[in-house]
Design a protein around this ligand. Structure first.
Ligand SMILES: Nc1ncnc2c1ncn2[C@@H]1O[C@H](COP(=O)(O)OP(=O)(O)OP(=O)(O)O)[C@@H](O)[C@H]1O
Length: 376
């Protein structure tokens, strides 16, 4: 499906340019989860930020404390307005924010359409009819509009709840694992690109909690990390995910790359990565030449050769430099490779490693299919 929302530059880049001082400012925030490690950070007024970390670490508690739903002490300000400090605490509904939960929390006894209409009616930045139609189409909930929300599946409820939150279009939007019940290919290949396009057109401050590092990488250039009540960041998402992977993940890892759109014709998206060409055959968003495009490539989808391969059905072939090699199982090794100052990974067998006589610092050719670029 091709949707008409354009995908301009990555939101997080806009965020980095915005003045942090006018965004979200959090000082010495203490809850029952972190009495000894108060949370302190600043985020700009707009941009998408991931929040990840082990279960029970305090991610939901942080979102609830920021939203005014959880007992806490400390200072929270947004865009010059004090939400809470030592003297006052304004109620949740007076903060220009929305908080979306994993369990959807739709209004029972009403249809999908009524749930959405309510969000639109009370929005401080109401969306146009066209925009709302695009969202209901892109999230594939148009056929559900007349249904009572009690009859929806878990994944349908989550999609409706997410669209409802987008209809509210608050200045600050918190999401707590909002797509955990939706099938992963649909999330990564269809819904995330739609969300990025939406926030490009409707700049907001977005904090997105997920355990899915692919989701976090596709959405955000910077992320926070919470473990046992201790909060780190915001840091580069790419670096954080690489660190988490090297801390023990043995499955194929997804690496985040960014390229510039050259053309989008005949069902093929052509991208420039430095001076090299890349081809993707799956995309739902309308790209324009010069747009930035962020996508993931899984280490299990990449192969390596010593010489440039001849004509092949595999469309992508990049000259790469070998930066590092780490064993991941008895028989497999993970290679860290770079092209145009961006890094990604490639998993190969130890047998191939020996046959190719790989050496760190040498140059090789990485190949992967057009269909293996995810998130476009
Ligand atoms: N309402 C509550 N009252 C008291 N303790 C709570 C409450 N909700 C959560 N906790 C506890 O606070 C800690 C942090 O929970 P929280 O839900 O914030 O973690 P999380 O990082 O969001 O976890 P997950 O990834 O599993 O959703 C946990 O030990 C949890 O048991």
């Amino acid at each position: 499906m091709n949707i008409s929302l354009p995908l301009p530059r990555e939101c997080s880049h806009a965020a980095q340019g915005a003045g942090v001082e006018s965004g979200l400012s959090v000082g010495l925030l203490r809850t029952a989860v972190n009495p000894e490690t108060p949370w302190q950070f600043e985020l700009p007024k707009t941009g998408i930020f991931g929040l990840t970390g082990p279960s029970g670490g305090g991610k939901s508690t942080l979102l609830e404390a920021l939203s005014g739903h959880r007992c806490c002490s400390g200072i929270v300000k947004f865009s010059g307005t004090v939400w809470q400090d030592g003297k006052k605490k304004i109620p949740s509904y007076k903060r220009n924010l929305t908080l979306g939960f994993q369990d959807a929390r739709l209004f029972n006894g009403q249809t999908v359409s009524a749930n959405l209409a309510l969000a639109h009616r009370f929005s401080r930045r109401p969306l146009s009819t066209d925009n709302r139609q695009q969202l209901t189409d892109a999230f594939e909930i148009s056929d559900l509009l007349a249904k009572p929300v009690e009859t929806l599946s878990g994944g349908e409820s989550q999609r409706v709840a997410l669209v409802r939150q987008l209809f509210s279009n608050a200045a600050v939007q918190f999401f707590d694992e909002p797509l955990s019940a939706v099938d992963r290919p649909r999330v990564l290949r269809r819904l995330i690109p739609v969300l990025k396009a939406f926030w490009s057109q409707n700049p907001s401050l977005v904090l997105w909690v997920s355990h899915d590092l692919d989701e976090i990488q596709l959405l955000s250039g910077k992320c926070l990390y919470m473990e046992a009540g201790k909060l780190d960041g915001p840091d580069s998402t790419t670096e954080k995910v690489q660190n988490l992977h090297s801390a023990g993940f043995v499955q194929g890892v997804s690496c985040r790359l960014q390229a510039r759109v050259i053309s989008c014709e005949h069902g093929i998206l052509t991208l420039a990565l430095g001076q090299h060409r890349l081809y993707a055959d799956r995309f739902i968003t309308s790209y324009k030449p010069e747009d930035d495009a962020t996508f993931l490539i899984n280490s299990g989808e990449v192969s390596l050769s010593i010489e440039r391969p001849g004509l092949s059905s595999i469309l992508n072939c990049l000259p790469v430099k070998l930066l590092g090699m780490v064993p991941i199982t008895e028989g497999r090794v993970r290679l860290r490779i770079s092209v145009a100052e961006q890094e990604f990974c490639c998993d190969i067998s130890r047998l191939s490693q020996q046959r190719l006589n790989l050496r760190i610092g040498d140059h090789y050719y990485a190949q992967f299919k057009a269909g293996s670029l995810v998130g476009l």
